[in-house]
Design a protein around this ligand. Structure first.
Ligand code: IPD
Ligand code: CA
Ligand code: CA
Length: 279
C-alpha cells in the first residue's frame, strides 16, 4: 500500500514480463514472516524460487504481486496471493486485492481454509447460481508467450464474447478467481498458470462452492498449467467448448501438466470437492 502512489522501478524478465521493486520487497517480507512462524515449511515464491525444508509436507506458494503489469501502470486489479498446500493440496489461502485507483486505493482481503468456507473482509461468500451461458459474465487471462495455446484462447475469447454477456480480461489470475468466488463473474480459465498464481485462488473458489478442473476437463492440481474455475453449474457447458481444443493442444505436445512439483509431493494432490481430504 505504501508503494501504490509512488513511481515504479521496473525491470524486465522478458519483453512483456515485468518485475518491480515492490514484487521483490513484498516477497522478502512474506518469506521472512513465514520462516519465522513455520521454520520447517517449504516455500515457493515467484521471485525467489524454492527455499526451506524439501521434505516438508507444507508448501507455501507466494505470488508477491499478481498482476504486476497492472501495478506498473497503476491500473486496478492486482493482488498479493498466498496459498498453503499440505501434501500438495491447498488448505489455506489469502488474497489481498487492490481496488480503486490512483489517489483512492483500497484493499479487500479474501481468505479460505479447507472445509471452512471462503470469506471476503470476514463475510462468507458464495459463487453465483447462474446456469445459463447466455446470461454469464466470464473472465480469462493470457500468458506472456504468444504461442498456439494463446491463439486458441483468443478463439475462446471471441466465441464466449459472442455467446455470453461478455468476457473480461483484467490481468491478475488470483483476483479473477476471487471474483468467481464472490459471484460477480461466473467462470475463469487460463493456460500456463504457475502454482503461485493458482494455489490461493482455487481454494477460495472451491470453498465458495465452485468447481475447479483443468481446461481439458481432467482433475486439476496447482502444479498443472491450465485451469477452469466456475460456479459449478456452468462448468460442463463451458467444458464442451474449452476441452476439445485443449485436448488437441496436448496431443500436439503442449505440456499443460505438472511442470513444477517438489519430489516429495507424491500423495493425493488433486483439488476437487468430490475428493474429501483429511487434514
Ligand atoms: C500474471 C497474471 C495475469 C495472467 C498471467 C500471470 P504476474 O501474473 O496473473 O493475469 O494472465 O498468466 O502470469 O506475472 O503478474 O504475477
Ligand atoms: Ca501471477
Ligand atoms: Ca507475480
Amino acid at each position: 500500500m505504501a508503494a501504490v502512489d509512488k513511481p515504479r522501478t521496473i525491470d524486465y524478465k522478458g519483453t512483456a514480463d515485468l518485475v518491480t521493486d515492490t514484487d521483490k520487497k513484498c516477497e522478502l517480507a512474506i518469506v521472512e514472516a513465514v520462516r519465522k512462524l513455520f521454520p520447517t515449511h517449504l516455500i515457493l515464491g515467484e521471485e525467489g524460487g524454492l527455499s526451506g525444508d524439501p521434505t516438508s509436507e507444507y508448501l507455501w506458494c507466494i505470488d508477491p504481486l499478481d498482476g504486476t503489469t497492472n501495478f506498473a501502470h497503476s491500473y486496478p486489479s492486482f493482488a498479493v496471493s498466498v496459498g498453503v498446500l499440505f501434501k500438495g493440496r491447498p488448505i489455506a489461502a489469502a488474497v489481498v486485492e487492490f481496488t480503486g485507483g490512483p489517489f483512492c486505493w483500497a484493499t479487500r482481503t479474501f481468505t479460505a481454509e479447507a472445509g471452512k468456507g471462503s470469506f471476503c473482509e470476514g463475510k462468507q461468500i458464495h459463487v453465483s447460481s447462474n446456469d445459463r451461458v447466455e446470461r454469464s459474465l466470464l473472465v480469462t487471462g493470457f500468458g506472456y508467450k504468444h504461442d498456439e495455446p494463446w491463439a486458441t484462447n483468443m478463439e475462446f475469447f471471441k466465441h464466449f464474447t459472442d455467446v455470453t454477456r461478455g468476457v473480461r480480461r483484467l490481468g491478475a489470475a488470483s483476483v479473477d478467481m476471487c471474483h468467481v468466488a464472490l459471484g460477480i463473474v461466473d467462470a475463469y480459465w487460463e493456460y500456463f498458470l504457475k502454482p503461485w498464481d493458482m494455489a490461493a485462488g482455487v481454494l477460495i473458489v472451491e470453498e465458495a462452492g465452485g468447481r475447479v478442473s483443468r481446461m481439458d476437463g481432467d482433475d486439476c492440481s496447482v502444479f498443472d498449467r491450465s485451469v477452469l474455475v466456475s460456479n459449478g453449474v456452468l462448468h460442463d457447458k463451458l467444458l464442451e467448448t474449452i476441452a476439445p481444443p485443449s485436448k488437441k493442444l496436448v496431443e500436439k505436445g503442449f505440456n499443460f501438466s505438472q511442470w513444477f512439483k517438489p519430489s516429495n509431493y507424491t500423495s493425493d494432490i488433486y483439488i476437487g470437492c468430490s475428493r474429501p481430504f483429511d487434514i
